[in-house]
Design a protein around this ligand. Structure first.
Ligand SMILES: [Zn+2]
Length: 318
């Protein structure tokens, strides 16, 4: 495969620790139900148990050592690790959200340059959850909020506003899941227009529509074009026709589009290097970007959002 020349830095703006410790079993089983239906439609009969075992075998990189090797091989300098809080909506998680935050903090301490962490705390945990979130951002050096509205709350729900106040004060972005997911969760709270009220009420907070390049593309591109503090990422592009990205890149919002692989979701389909090569292949979608837009897409836009926190930082009053 011939590739377009690109030697600039790359930040993967959307990934997760590949570990069963952070994803409830029921979430995985729901996901697999859809995988089996898709395989069966292609004439591949496979039992749910077998697909489950294959899937779970790819979720054993608990400390990210494999991911750092994948990043090096793919030329990815930094990865944003997203930790959604499923623990309120699904009762079969191995750890509490506080324990998951501790584990992500350990990963960050081991590789402070390679990773940035966005953390979610379900707003229904109340004031304890707000305090937990604030500690993660202020003391642990996490860089953003990860929302998972399919767990049962809208992204403009007032219960989230105390979290957004912290995001505004600390200069960190909010990344929110858009569209469908495991069928054990609801899909009626993850439409991109549901972000609009929060984005209006918090104009200094940047909102990233996760999977916005592949799901509800019309509405996500519209939000990026007209709402100054709204961005989108292309994660899950591996499951789509590459024509869809060509379409996205033609809409005049290339300064709002962020690269992301959604590691480890597509590990059965390829590795980090192959996913970047697909984008950079001569017949791929990046050929439709101007050179300046290519570096904005792979690095500059997300880097600007991430570095806002460092520009905001004030040492605690002694
Ligand atoms: Zn994801």
């Amino acid at each position: 495969m011939r590739l377009i020349e690109f030697s600039g830095p790359i930040i993967d703006g959307h990934a997760h620790v590949a570990s069963t410790d952070f994803i409830p079993r029921s979430f995985i089983e729901g996901t697999i139900e859809n995988v089996c239906l898709t395989l069966a439609a292609q004439g591949v009969q496979s039992s749910k148990e077998r697909v489950f075992d294959l899937y779970v075998a790819k979720l054993q990189d608990h400390d990210c050592s494999l991911l750092t090797r994948e990043m090096d091989a793919a030329g990815i300098q930094q990865t944003v690790l997203l930790l959604p809080d499923f623990t309120y909506a699904l009762s079969d998680a191995n750890l509490t959200i506080a324990e998951m935050i501790e584990r992500h903090h350990e990963i960050l301490e081991r590789w402070p340059e390679k990773f940035r962490v966005f953390v979610g705390v379900d707003p229904r945990w109340g004031n304890d959850g707000v305090a937990l979130f604030e500690r993660a951002i202020v003391q642990y050096g996490f860089h953003g909020m990860k929302l998972y509205p399919p767990c049962g709350y809208g992204p403009s729900d007032r219960s989230l506003y105390p979290f957004y106040e912290i995001c505004a004060a600390q200069g960190v972005p909010v990344l929110t899941h858009i569209g469908g997911t495991s069928p054990v969760l609801g899909f009626d709270t993850s439409h991109p227009l549901m972000v609009d009220q929060a984005a209006r009420d918090f104009p200094t907070v940047d909102f990233i529509l996760a999977h916005g390049g592949t799901t509800h593309l019309e509405q996500c591109a519209m939000m990026c074009a007209y709402r100054p503090n709204v961005f989108l990422d292309i994660s899950a592009y591996q499951s789509m026709s590459i024509e869809r990205l060509k379409d996205l890149f033609s809409r005049g919002v290339n300064h709002k589009i962020i690269f992301g692989t959604d590691w480890p979701v597509f590990r059965l389909q390829g590795n980090q290097k192959s996913f970047i090569d697909t984008l950079l292949s001569e017949a791929g979608p990046v050929q439709y970007l101007k050179p300046r837009d290519v570096s904005a897409f792979f690095y500059e836009t997300i880097n600007r959002l991430l570095s806002k926190k460092d520009r905001h930082y004030r040492p605690p009053a002694s």
